[in-house]
Design a protein around this ligand. Structure first.
Ligand code: APR
Length: 316
């Protein structure tokens, strides 16, 4: 059966995600769309011209879309859709500052996707992430397990990188985990962090771990402050592409993602960063991990913070 993924929004995040997905060589088609006329077509042409060098057969198709839903035919019957449309942060902005403008964009995109690809799995990356994921589910009308957000894998990868650099060890030696929101109530989980199997707490002092946790929590803002025009996209696109790969391969991989939580950790009725198993149906299972009392308390605080904001997006 032909395998198709669509990436909505051909900015930095969308175009790097599309390129990574094509280079996996596991999809027949990668569709890249944008509202800026010619941009997705031009990028697709450029990407296709790298096929013989990078040895992949996946075809990339660019399509300009319009506010009234024109152009979405190109995305029809996608298996997976990655929503990257929306504004990125500028220095000094929080992700939450984007909520008004990005809600309008994500709502329109999700409605159009649902019309043309009623069986797709949606992966949201637009910010503020937890709220845009909740909104995409509402606007698409899809079952909650078929809509998820990318954040935890990125935050975890940032934490891993900081630990590896601090200890001067290969990133492959380090395992970390972050849960909670993609924002102020991100919950790094030091109790699940190891270096070559040894607890991180035996390698670093509590103060050093706290510093790395703070840097992880501010990981996106640190990049924004340096770039000045736009936000991170290399590590984010790597994470989103891995999620799309897990879906299409029905791999059952367990990764930290923004998923609908329904009783796990004693929390219900909210999209929240947790570990989950991913397969062809989207989230096939939320996986509860053993947390320390303080980590669990922080996760509950995160859940209530995002619950309040997710209620707000219904009217946006
Ligand atoms: N449909 C399709 N594309 C759209 C729409 C829409 N309705 N509205 C805006 N876009 C496109 C823009 O034209 C632009 O090409 O989305 C793209 C966004 O690209 P960038 O400005 O480069 O932003 P990017 O870094 O890709 O970030 C996209 O991901 O990490 C988050 O906070 C970030 O919300 C932002 C999103």
């Amino acid at each position: 059966m032909s395998k198709k993924v669509s990436v909505i929004g051909a900015g930095f995040y969308g175009s790097t995600t599309a390129m990574r997905l094509a280079e996996y060589n596991i999809f027949d088609t990668v569709v890249l769309t944008d509202i800026v006329e010619g941009k997705p077509e031009g990028l697709a042409l450029d990407m296709n011209q790298s096929r013989s060098i990078e040895n992949f057969e996946t075809k990339i198709i660019g399509a300009t879309t319009t506010a009234d839903g024109g152009g979405y035919e190109a995305t029809a019957n996608s298996d997976v859709i990655v929503i990257t449309a929306g504004l990125p942060r500028k220095p000094g902005m929080s992700r939450m500052d984007l909520i008004g403008v990005n809600a309008g964009i994500v709502r329109g995109v999700a409605e159009n996707i649902a019309k043309h690809s009623p069986n797709a799995v949606i992966i949201v990356v637009s910010n503020p992430l937890d709220e845009m994921t909740a909104l995409a589910q509402l606007a698409s009308g899809f079952p909650r397990n078929r809509v998820m957000g990318q954040a935890g894998m990125l935050d975890t990868a940032r934490f891993t990188n900081f630990v590896a650099e601090k200890l001067k060890v290969p990133v492959g030696s380090v395992k970390t985990l972050t849960l909670g929101s993609h924002g102020d109530t991100m919950v790094p989980v030091p109790s699940r962090c190891t270096v070559d199997g040894v607890a991180l707490t035996q390698k670093l002092s509590q103060e050093e771990i706290d510093d790395l946790v703070t840097r992880t929590r501010n990981g996106g803002a640190e990049v924004v402050a340096l770039l000045k025009t736009g936000s991170a996209y290399y590590a984010p696109s790597a994470a989103a592409a891995r999620m799309a790969k897990a879906v299409i391969e029905d791999s059952g991989a367990v990764m930290p993602v923004c998923a609908w939580v329904d009783g796990e950790y004693g929390i219900s009725g909210v999209y929240l960063g947790v570990e989950a198993q991913i397969g062809r149906g989207g989230i096939t299972k939320v996986v509860e991990t053993a947390l320390s009392q303080s980590e669990l308390a922080e996760l509950k605080v995160a859940a209530e913070a995002v619950r309040a904001k997710q209620a707000d997006v219904q009217s946006l």
